[in-house]
Every structure is written in C-alpha cells, then in structure tokens.
Design a protein around this ligand. Structure first.
Ligand code: NDP
Ligand code: MG
Length: 386
C-alpha cells in the first residue's frame, strides 16, 4: 500500500492537531512532509520532532532563529515568513496539501499547491469564499482534486459518491445554531466573548467558533458549497439541527435524499479527505441511536442572525462581494475577540462594507488582493465608530 505524503498548513491549530492524530494512528498510510505554524513555535517544534517532516515554516519571523536552533541536527529545513508557505507546498514528494490555516492567508498557498499539481484537502473555507471561481477553475486545469474537510461538505461529498450522472436538486447544509440558538436581538446586544466562544457541539479555533455563534460560518459554507459542488444559489438551503448528528443532506431530482451521519468529530472528515477514496478503519466512538431519541430541525433565524442573510446576499451579488464579506468578517471577529465591538455590531460593519467597497464583476487575483485590503481598511475605520 502506498504511503501518502501530507503537507499540513496550520498544523498547530484545531484541524492541524487532529490531522496529526489521524496520521499518527496510521503510520503505514501517511507520512508528513511539511508542518507550519504562525506563532506557536513550541508546538511546531514538538510536532516536527515527532513526525520528522522535510520542512517546517514558522510564520512569525521573530521566532525563526529559535525554531532553527531547536531543530538543528535533525536535517529538517526551517523557513519563515508568508511567502515560504507557497514555496513548501510545491515539494516533489507531497501528495496532498491539507489547508488548515485560518482566513485569507490560505489563498496564495492553496493556489501555489494547485499549480504544482497537489491534491488539496481543504479545511480553509475562506479560500473558496474569497476566490471560489478562480480556485476551482485552476483545479480543473491542473486536474487536481479539492477534497472537502469541512464536515458539511465532506457529508455532501460522501453522499455524492457513486451518483455520477444523477442530477442534484438541492442540498441542505445543517447547522447546530451555535450557543445563541433561539435568542433574539435584545439578548444578543450584551453577549460576551466568553459566551460566544462556548460552542455546544464542536471544539474549534476561536475565529470559526465566533463565526458559528453569528451564523457567518454557515454563510461562508453556503458559498464554499456553491464552488465545491457547482450549484446555483437556489439549490442550497440551510437547516438548523441542534444535535449535529446529520452532517448534511443531498436531495436528488427524484426527491430521494441521502444524508451522512455520525457523532460530531472532525477526525472523521479529515481522515476521509486524506485517504480518499478509501475509508480507514478506526476506533472513534460510535453513534448510539438510543442516546439520541430525537433529531430535530428548525428554520434559521436570518432576521436575528443577519450574517447568514448577508452571505446569501453576497453570493447573489457575486463578483468580489464574497471577498468583501470575508475580509470585513475577519476584521470584526478579531475586534470582537479583543472586546472592541459588540456581537450585533459585527453584522452592521459587514453590511456597510458591502455598500462601500468598489464592486468588481469579474475579479482577477489582483482584484481579490485589492478588495481584501480595501475592505480591511474600511472595516477598520468603521469599527472605531463603535
Ligand atoms: P485554529 O485557529 O485552531 O488554527 C489555525 C492554524 O493556522 C494554526 O496552526 C495557526 O498557527 C495558523 N495560522 C493562523 N493565522 C495564520 C496566518 N496568518 N498565516 C499562516 N498561518 C496561520 O483554526 P482551526 O483549525 O479551527 O481552523 C482552520 C481552518 O479550518 C479555518 O478556515 C476553519 O474555518 C476551518 N474549519 C475548522 C473546523 C474546526 O473544527 N476547527 C471545522 C471546519 C472547518 P498558530 O497556532 O501558530 O497561531
Ligand atoms: Mg462546517
């Protein structure tokens, strides 16, 4: 059996560390070529000593010397800085690049990996939100697979196996509803960062946890699904399912529906993407029906959780508008985490950015980079008003 060489961008994060758990349990199937972190040098070094990659990247250049010294005599090549990410993904030996870094930072390395012909295990949904058309077109040109890691998209992808030639009528992305499900605007006006960071079902990085609380995560996933599965906006629906057992659903043109189910555990979609198309035996906890006598469903409250409506609106407007909401959202989430703005103000800033940033109908890569910068500037100014 061939061993797959994996490059993990963002190995010190929630997805990155879970991917290393999967890889560590399957040394006959996977080896690690590249590990990267932004600032967590201690964990990066520890991971490098365990998994012995050929290269590591520490984003924060101030920590470069420390990492280099810690890994001296190991033969591991240590690099630093943003541009290094786009370099290391091109290594000859790499079979799959797992993009587990957060936000817009994933775009350039993902494009570089596709150009080098590497399959992408995509966790970094922001890349497809910002430039889905460009990324998916490039992947087709280079005959590269984009294998979803996001649990909803992995579910849809799994449901579509063996269905070539069968038209999809609709997909339903499920959402837990986050910690504030059922709450109204008045309540949300005073919620704290600590409350927003308490996700009921999943343990994830801070940015996606806030996105889950505002439902922006689901909005970003709607856009991600459009590009991954080539769907029209009218074919994508969101349904709140608080137990997070049904990970998403495909409805075919005969009305038949297929769903993928299981306990919420990101290791499963990670391992499915890394070992695609074969499933791997594991000993993760199994679902027990009797522990879940009721699986329930509700409509999302788009009037209260405005980010979801804004994301649908951005997708309908197309062009650079999804890039605008992504950049504005990254700014407001960072500010909310610093305590500078309130929960509801996040949507207000995003909405205003959508009206103020110059609209571009068919953006190039440079246009996306400009849009990202312009939006961050505008959002940064708007935040100071609150
Ligand atoms: P984390 O914040 O836990 O980890 C992010 C990783 O990326 C860390 O290794 C971090 O390094 C690194 N990083 C952060 N900023 C930068 C940057 N500017 N440049 C380069 N590297 C950077 O995030 P998650 O693992 O939760 O999420 C990663 C991606 O996966 C996101 O796009 C998220 O939406 C998506 N995703 C996550 C899920 C989850 O369960 N966590 C589920 C579905 C999707 P350092 O540790 O040094 O800061
Ligand atoms: Mg998800």
């Amino acid at each position: 059996m061939q061993v797959k060489n994996i490059a993990i961008l963002g190995s010190t994060g929630s997805i990155g560390t879970q991917a290393l758990e999967v890889i560590g349990k399957n040394p006959d199937r996977f080896s690690v070529s590249v590990l990267t972190a932004q600032s967590n040098a201690d964990l990066l070094v520890e991971q490098a000593l365990t998994f012995k990659p050929q290269q590591v990247v520490i984003g924060d250049e101030r920590k470069y010397q420390w990492v280099k010294t810690a890994l001296a005599h190991t033969g591991i090549n240590v690099l630093s800085g943003e541009a290094a990410l786009s370099e290391v993904v091109c290594g000859d030996k790499i079979d799959v690049v797992l993009t587990a870094l957060v936000g817009f930072s994933g775009l350039r390395p993902t494009l570089a990996a596709i150009q080098a012909g590497k399959d992408i295990a995509l966790a970094n949904k922001e890349t497809l939100v910002v430039a889905g058309e460009l990324v998916t077109k490039l992947a087709r040109q280079h005959n590269v697979n984009i294998l979803p890691v996001d649990s909803e998209h992995s579910a849809i992808f799994q449901c579509l196996q063996g269905e070539e030639g069968n038209a999809v009528e609709k997909i339903y992305l499920t959402a837990s509803g986050g910690p504030f499900r059922g709450k109204k605007t008045e309540y949300l006006s005073s919620v704290t960062k600590a409350e927003a960071l308490k996700h009921p079902n999943w343990s994830m990085g801070a940015k996606i946890t806030i996105d889950s609380a505002t439902l922006m995560n689901k909005g970003l996933e709607v856009i991600e699904a459009k590009w991954l599965f080539g769907l029209d906006i009218s074919q994508i629906d969101v349904i709140i399912h608080p137990q997070s057992i049904i990970h998403s659903i495909v409805q075919f043109e005969d009305g038949s529906m297929k769903a993928q189910m299981g306990l919420p555990d990101m290791k499963l979609p990670i391992q499915y993407a890394l070992n695609y198309p074969l499933r791997l035996k594991n000993h993760f906890e199994r679902f027990n029906f009797l522990n879940y006598p009721q699986l329930t469903f509700e409509a999302p409250d788009k009037a209260t959780f405005r980010n979801l409506a804004l994301a649908f609106d951005a997708l309908a407007q197309a062009g650079n508008m999804p890039c605008v909401i992504n950049a504005a959202n990254e700014v407001v989430v960072a500010e909310f985490l610093k305590g500078s703005i309130g929960f509801l103000e996040m949507s207000s800033v995003i909405e205003e950015c959508m009206t103020r940033v110059s609209y571009i109908n068919s953006p190039t890569l440079d246009d996306y980079l400009m849009t990202d910068m312009e939006t961050r500037n505008i959002a940064g100014q708007l935040v100071t008003k609150y």
